[in-house]
Design a protein around this ligand. Sequence first.
Ligand SMILES: [Zn+2]
Ligand SMILES: [Zn+2]
Length: 486
Amino acid sequence: MHGFSSQITFARTFTKKRATKEIMRFEEAPYKELVSTVGQLPPETGGLLFGSRDDYVVKRFHYDTSGSRSGASYDPDPDVLNPIIQRIWEEEGLALIGWAHSHPRGVRRLSGDYGNGVGDLGYLRAIFNALPNLEKFLVPILYSTNNGKLEIMPYVAYRDNVKDYREAKLKIKHAPQKPAFAKKALDAKIDKSVNPQLIANTKIFAVGCGGANNIYENVFRLGLGHLSVMDFDTVDDSNLVTQGWYADQIGKPKVEALADTFSRLVPFKHDLKRRLTCLNEDFLALDDQTLIEQAGDADLLMFMTDNFWAQARGNRLALKLQKPAIFAMMYERAQCCEVSFIIPGVTPSCHRCAVSNRYKAYLEEGYENDVGSEGSLIFQTHLLNSIIGELALAILHRDLPEYEHGAWFDKNKGRNFLQTRLNPKYDDPYFTKIFGNEPRAVCFDSIWQNIEPECPPKYKSCPDCSGSGDLTKAVIDSTMVKLPQA
Ligand SMILES: [Zn+2]
Ligand SMILES: [Zn+2]
């Protein structure tokens, strides 16, 4: 009975030892050194691994230039290595814990024991004999990139039976990264104007990544929490002069070119994934369910496209989701630009109420846009972008009067349509009426118009917001704009 139970105990211990896979841990620097030497050179080179015999984490790699290399086998030379092992112990307090070397592809296992410490197992036996306190030894074998893919067999050998070495799991301990810059210092520069914490918690869903790309860039500089940006267009040659892209980005989807820029503005590279979603898709081709998933958790929607249909769908999407939204448009020859915005619960009218004449032209008179971005220089685009960026911040801070960008709309709830003259030659009776012509020359002036919600008797009811004066009451089924019934 006694003998039986002790047998069980033995069996359990044995099973446990076998079942737990050993982990071979490298710090990043010695791992990189190993890979850039032995991992690249022709096979049969090697080096020593150093660390503490308490945890066997490899902290130091010494590439061995001395081993006899016949091209078919590599045997370390103890006369050369022993003084090095001694020195590293004395100077750095690191003990010998392993030996890494490369094999020709196909020779996966350790070689045998050919006597006198020759052959991999022979060398291991010699090591265990020379170091009586050594219980295990790391003996990874590498296939180098010299003739194929890098492969590492992370073997661990044990004193009790060197032949019974096992394959461990390789883990690289990455050194903690240093941030590229201190976000705190950035926040301190802007925290009177905006609330950095609020911006860090803000999500924006944006359609259109052409001329507007630098709005996103600059909101990102402020520390924006997350941007989802949609555009199916790619960077072409002309975009370098009009939109501020670079030659090496030609042919790239614009949303991915934007990711390039963003990657240079994050403290850590891995932050980018968390803070940017690139949607290389056509806003007008997606179904409502997809859009609701993509934009549903945003704090602000931005429709930075001169496509009428995209803006029109955007207005309905914003009302359906009950989100603030901004719409922008450059006029002919970039002489003037417009920005409209809606904030459910604040602005009484919607984007459709603001530009109902445009809806009429497109929906009832078959108008097609022939303005486009022709003639817009980047200066004009950036002027418009700055206005959009300012309004975006003001919308986000609308309930925080203590900030410069707070409480902009308290006295101007109805003023959600803004036009800015970009050229003194722009001839528009509305600007003339307000600013006059003489004796001053007027340019870069803006009119922030009050927009009436469209409802009877003065107007037909706005098909998007109904013109009730309360956007929270808008009922939207499909976000697609319906053409009027014939
Ligand atoms: Zn070998
Ligand atoms: Zn409306």
